[in-house]
Write a protein that binds this ligand. Sequence first.
Ligand SMILES: [Ca+2]
Length: 173
Amino acid sequence: MLCLPPSEYIMGEHLGILKVIVVQGKRLVIRDFKSSDPYVVVKLGNQTAKTKVINSCLNPVWNEELSFTLTEPVGVLNLEVFDKDLLKSDDKMGKAFLNLQPLVSAARIRNILRVSSGETTIRKLVPDSENCLVRESSINSVNGELVQNIWLRLQGVESGELELTIKFITPLV
Ligand SMILES: [Ca+2]
């Protein structure tokens, strides 16, 4: 009798390039006297990237694009904000995560629908107890690229939100 694996993925299969644009932070927590010097560390599996530090700012605008390769099994994107300090170790300003599975599923739907041009909303995600979403987030196909704009609520702190734009570049097969 043929025994199939529980899911269809092939371990280590290369799915595409994931571009994470860390757009901005809002209402971040104070970790110095009156402000903070925030930067964001983004992790996907064993890949890590970080933004630059923005000094003395609780509503920083980074607009920085960080690139990752996405492989099966699809993991979770982890984000953590820190306050840069010179004389002591950096302080924590909250963390958030994003499940990338909906984006990968959206890519499959796009392939089935053969969407390669124009802008089409593939699916919408709503905030719930299983994610960090602040508001509804839609996954769009924009000229063949999958684009998702997201506001994430930072966990473990009194306040703070992060805005990301995720682009998933994967061949139409
Ligand atoms: Ca500082």
